[in-house]
Design a binder for this molecule. Structure first.
Ligand code: NAD
Length: 370
């Protein structure tokens, strides 16, 4: 009998539950088509958990996540909880601890601009004609954001601040492997980003990524300085397939990439941990947390008009990276492309001549296209 997968579903706040319902609808369609067996455990997280359980990440939620193969996350936060002390706020008290608890060191953010949506990109139409599809792989647990020492002090009547950028070669090697594996599933090109002309970290990064490339002779690797990468993304995003960057550079470049697509409601993300099980590195399953790149969108929450595609594509990434169900993931990607090609649009991506759809209509259409 085939395996029953366990998925923890943490819808969260704002539009979270609205778009999660559509992701579940699409998952149901895909599990029927591919005869999969998935058990869902729904848990509270974020503001709703603060209201009901007194904390953003209740023990029961963490336990359910520990027992799962993957977490499907909505988004958390909103005006109601913004006046809480910083370390009790939903994002800080739920998202960051989850990433830390499960050692989710690899952040994957696809920046896809579909041919039908190129008008949403702030780039010149000629630059994005035909759309683009870039995957940013960002190291998520090391580097300048977490390095010690980290402090602010006063000396001679003046403040100074210290942050430490530190990477161990094992940290660089494991994120590089994720990027090479991802490139192998795509068109086989990887661009590694660093600042090797200035930083010791950059020199080590470049050396270890180049060494790792020896295990992936089928992948074409090139290196770019981060400042040049920022320019090249704007100049011609189509030249990239997979981009690999350390934590801070990846933070900035992945947001730049998201902006270039112009459609926040379309962008999923994955945060992955170590590979689980045995077998070759390629295709290994990883525990992961999957969520839309956007937030809880309080301005449109409760209106039933949010774009569920980011959440639906996040579910697709979950099938691909944590459950090893590539065909089911491909089916979700294809269904989204078909529905967009057919002209269906939620309000955020609607233009003259296309058909306006609410959240449920969009979700149902994608489920039907599976
Ligand atoms: P946001 O991403 O929620 O919204 C920015 C804009 O994008 C809004 O106009 C919103 O309507 C629109 N938008 C976002 N997702 C959309 C979708 N699926 N369909 C249609 N339109 C969409 O960012 P914000 O306004 O800066 O933050 C709102 C709240 O979300 C804050 O409380 C913030 O802390 C929280 N937040 C949570 C996460 C997370 O849980 N990972 C991430 C970012 C922000």
């Amino acid at each position: 009998m085939s395996e029953t997968y366990q998925v923890a579903v943490l819808a969260g706040d704002g539009i979270g539950p609205e778009v999660m319902a559509e992701a579940r609808r699409v998952l149901d369609a895909v599990t029927r088509k591919f005869s999969l067996s998935i058990n869902y455990t729904e848990c509270r997280v974020g503001g709703i958990a603060i209201d009901v359980d007194g904390r953003a990440l209740p023990e029961a939620t963490l336990k359910a996540c520990e027992a799962a193969d993957a977490i499907l996350f909505g988004s958390v936060g909103g005006p109601k909880w913004e006046s809480l002390p910083a370390n009790e706020q939903p994002e800080r008290a739920a998202l960051l601890p989850l990433r830390k608890h499960f050692a989710l060191f690899a952040n994957l953010r696809p920046g896809v601009c579909l041919p039908e949506l190129v008008h949403a990109s702030p780039l010149h139409p000629a630059t994005v004609a035909g759309g683009f599809d870039v995957l940013c792989v960002r190291e998520l647990t090391g580097g300048l954001y977490f390095g010690e020492p980290k402090y602010t002090k006063q000396e001679g009547g003046e403040y100074f601040a210290v942050d430490t950028m530190i990477y161990w070669e094992s940290e660089i090697r494991r994120i590089a492997r994720v990027a090479f594996e991802a490139a192998r599933q795509r068109s086989g090109r990887l661009t590694s980003i660093d600042k090797a002309n200035v930083l010791q970290n950059g020199l080590l990064w470049r050396r270890i990524v180049t060494e790792t490339a020896a295990d992936y002779p089928d992948i074409t690797l090139n290196h770019l300085y981060v400042d040049n990468a920022a320019m090249q993304l704007v100049k011609n995003p189509k030249q990239f397939d997979v981009i690999l960057a350390e934590n801070m550079f990846g933070d900035i470049l992945s947001d730049e990439l998201a902006m270039l697509t112009g459609s926040l409601g379309m962008l999923p993300s994955a945060s992955l941990g170590e590979a689980t099980g045995t077998g070759a590195v390629a295709g290994a399953r990883r525990f992961g947390m999957y969520e839309p790149s956007g937030g809880t969108a309080p301005d449109i929450a409760g209106k039933g008009i949010a774009n569920p595609i980011a959440q639906i594509l996040s579910a697709g990434m979950l099938l691909r990276y944590s459950l090893g169900q590539d065909a089911a993931a491909d089916a979700i990607d294809a269904a989204v492309r078909k529905v967009i090609a057919d002209g269906l649009r939620t309000a955020d991506i609607w233009t003259e001549g296309t058909t306006r759809a609410d959240t449920a209509t969009m979700g149902s259409a994608i489920a039907a296209a599976i």
